[in-house]
Design a protein around this ligand. Sequence first.
Ligand code: B4P
Length: 192
Amino acid sequence: MVNIVLFGPPGSGKGTQAAKLVEKYGLLHISTGDLFRYEMGNDTPLGLKAKEYMSKGQLVPDEVTIGMLKNKVMANLDVKGYILDGFPRTIPQAEALDQLMDELGQKISGLVALEVDNEELVKRLLNRGLTSGRADDKDEEIIRNRINVYNEETAPVFDYYEKQNKSTKVEGVGTIEEIFDKLCDVIDGFSA
Ligand code: B4P
């Protein structure tokens, strides 16, 4: 199995690239952001909880997020592998993921981080906010908070996997195809 962590700040193109990677590699795409938005759209207790945090650009608490991710993985064991998009976003999430992989006799093959500068991120997210209907994309202050949260709480996850020699950076500015090609080069190295 190939299990990939697609990593990067909000708006770096994780969701955009994950959709293309799924098509090429036939892996299951798990986006914790999408899972939360689905729950929010259905007004479930989990969705209402997530909304409190997402609308402010904060992370949803680890215990909620880890439980949801585990349920999704356990319900889909018969796949070629996973593309994890937006998870893990904290060190406790990374530790929980490694533990889950151990329990399943699996491992994370590698983490690929999309690198995009802050001003480009803000521009992309405000632009997406014009059409996405996402409250967290409409307000520049919330967007900048998401970027700060990424730098403080999520960026250390790169180093966590770096210590296992599994982290690779990819320039996330350019055309979607150019970035996709670079990601595929890295991922082909994982599966070799
Ligand atoms: P997510 O749903 O994960 O979303 P994201 O980080 O905003 O976006 P992504 O990087 O996928 O960007 P995209 O491809 O769409 O998170 C939302 C919230 O959910 C978090 O803030 C948090 O509250 C919560 N959450 C999720 N996971 C969590 C976790 N594990 N723990 C706790 N909380 C969690 O691209 C963005 C835009 O850029 C698009 O409009 C796209 O068209 C454009 N774009 C993409 N590539 C481009 C390129 N090469 N050039 C120009 N534009 C490009």
